[in-house]
Ligand binder design. Structure first.
Ligand code: FEO
Length: 399
C-alpha cells in the first residue's frame, strides 16, 4: 500500500518512515524512529528530490509508482549523497532509464564512489545559482557545503517559494501521518529530538550553517522541505531562530545541567547535594544526568540547550572516568563553545581527573571555567558543607 501525501497541488511527499532502526548512523539511538523524506514535483517534466535509505526501498518505490501513474521520472535532484538519501539512485536509473541526474561536481564524484560512475549524458551538472526549468517550476540550486557533507546543496523552488533543505532543518522521529509542522506539537513532542539531531549531526559545522542561513535570508521562503522530519509551512521563523542560535553555539536556556560519573555512588551523592543547594539558591529546572547511563548524544543535546554545565567526575586509572572522557571528546569534536562550566572531581588516593578535564575544556573555544572547584576524597562529608555552599553560590551568581 502506498503512503504518500500532497505537499501542494503538484508536489507530493513520497518519503518513508523507519521505526525498526535502533541506531541512526549506527551511533545514535532513535526510539521515535526517523523519516527519510523525498518529494516528487509533478510538472511537465517530473522531478524527484533525493531518494531514501536502502531499508525502506520497497515502500519508496511503491510510493513513486503510485504517484507517477505510469509517467517516468525525468530528473533526479541529488542534494545530498549520504546513503540514507542516495541509496536508491541506482534503482531509480534502472527503472527510469532516461532520467537525468541533477547534481554538482562533488556529488558526481561521490556517485562514482558509491555506484558506477554516470555518463556525462546522464548528468546535469549544476553550480551555485544555476536553475532548472521543469515546466511551471523553476528550481535554483544553492550550495551548502558541510551541512552536513562537503557536496551538500539545497534547492529553492522559485515558483512555490519552497526550500528543499537537505539535512538542514531535519529532525529524528518518524512522521506519524502528520507531515506538517502545524499538524503536530513540535515544541512539546519534537524539539528535543530536533536539537539532538542538530547538535550531533550538524553541530560541528556551525559556521557552515550560518553561511547557509545567510543565503536563505536572501530568499522568500514560504515552506521548508527537509530530508528528515516535518515539513515547515508556518511559523518558519521559529525553527530558523533555533538553527541560528544552535549554529552560533548560544544556549537556549539559562539553566544548569549536572553531568556526573560515579563508580560506587559517592560522586552521584555529591552531585545530588549540589543540585539541592542550587535549588535552594533559586536555580530552576536543574537537570542531572548519569554519564554512564545516558547516551552521549542526549548529553551533547543538553549541553547545546543549557548555558551552564557542572561536571562531577571520579578519577579512573589516574585519568578521567572513561564515559566522561568520551563526552568531553565528543564536545570537542562537535565544537561546543560558549558555556560556563563548574568542576567537581573525586579520587580516593590521587584525584587527578580535575586537572585533565580543565585541560580539555581550555582547548574548547570561549568556555568559562569557574574558579572554585571541589575536589573530593572518596565522599563529600558534612564538614565540607560550607565549601559546597560556596561552590553552588558561584554557579548561581554566574547565571
Ligand atoms: Fe540524513 Fe547527512 O544524511
Amino acid at each position: 500500500m502506498q503512503n504518500t501525501r500532497k505537499v501542494m497541488e503538484d508536489i507530493v511527499w513520497v518519503g518513508c518512515n523507519d521505526r525498526r532502526l535502533a541506531l541512526f548512523e549506527n551511533i545514535f539511538p532513535i526510539p521515535r524512529g526517523v523519516s527519510y523524506n523525498s518529494y516528487l514535483i509533478m510538472d511537465e517534466k517530473i522531478t524527484l528530490m533525493d531518494t531514501v535509505d536502502a531499508c525502506v526501498s520497497q515502500q519508496f518505490l511503491e510510493n513513486i509508482e503510485y504517484v507517477l501513474e505510469g509517467r517516468p521520472v525525468d530528473y533526479l535532484v541529488v542534494n545530498h549523497m549520504e546513503p540514507d538519501h542516495c541509496a536508491n539512485i541506482g534503482e531509480i536509473i534502472r527503472r527510469y532509464p532516461d532520467v537525468k541526474v541533477v547534481a554538482n561536481a562533488k556529488t558526481a564524484q561521490m556517485i562514482g564512489q558509491f555506484f558506477d560512475a554516470l555518463s556525462q549524458e546522464r548528468m546535469v551538472l549544476v553550480k551555485e545559482g544555476d536553475t532548472l526549468q521543469t515546466g511551471r517550476h523553476t528550481l535554483r540550486f544553492v550550495m551548502a557545503p558541510m551541512v552536513h557533507w562537503p557536496e551538500v546543496m539545497v534547492t529553492y523552488d522559485e515558483t512555490e517559494k519552497i526550500l528543499f533543505s537537505a539535512d538542514a532543518f531535519g529532525t529524528f522521529g518518524a512522521l506519524n501521518g502528520n507531515i506538517f509542522n502545524d499538524e503536530i506539537h513540535f515544541d512539546k513532542d519534537w524539539l528535543p529530538d530536533a536539537r539532538r539531531y542538530y547538535a550531533n549531526i550538524v553541530g560541528k559545522y556551525g559556521a557552515q550553517v550560518q553561511a547557509l542561513l545567510k543565503k536563505a535570508a536572501a530568499l522568500d521562503i514560504q515552506m521548508i522541505c527537509p530530508l528528515h522530519g516535518p515539513i515547515w509551512r508556518s511559523n518558519i521563523e521559529y525553527f530558523v531562530e533555533k538553527y541560528d542560535r544552535w549554529s552560533k553555539y548560544e544556549p537556549e536556556d539559562q539553566e544548569v545541567v549536572i553531568i556526573y560519573g560515579s563508580i560506587y555512588g559517592h560522586t552521584e551523592q555529591a552531585a545530588n547535594a549540589l543540585a539541592g543547594r542550587l535549588a535552594e539558591k533559586g536555580v530552576k529546572n536543574i537537570a542531572v544526568y548519569d554519564v554512564s547511563s545516558t547516551h552521549v548524544s542526549e548529553l551533547i543535546s543538553e549541553i547545546f540547550r543549557a548555558s551552564h554545565l557542572v561536571i562531577a567526575c571520579p578519577t579512573y586509572n589516574g585519568g578521567i572516568f572513561p564515559p566522561m572522557e568520551n563526552l568531553l571528546n565528543d564536545m570537542a569534536a562537535l565544537s561546543v563553545k560558549k558555556r560556563t562550566v563548574a568542576l567537581m572531581d573525586n579520587g580516593t588516593w590521587a584525584p587527578a581527573a580535575g586537572k585533565q578535564i580543565v585541560k580539555k575544556l581550555e582547548e574548547m573555544k570561549d568556555m568559562t571555567i569557574l574558579d572554585l572547584q571541589l575536589s573530593l576524597k572518596s565522599t563529600l562529608k558534612n564538614d565540607r558543607a560550607e565549601e559546597l555552599d560556596a561552590f553552588a553560590q558561584q554557579i548561581a551568581e554566574s547565571m
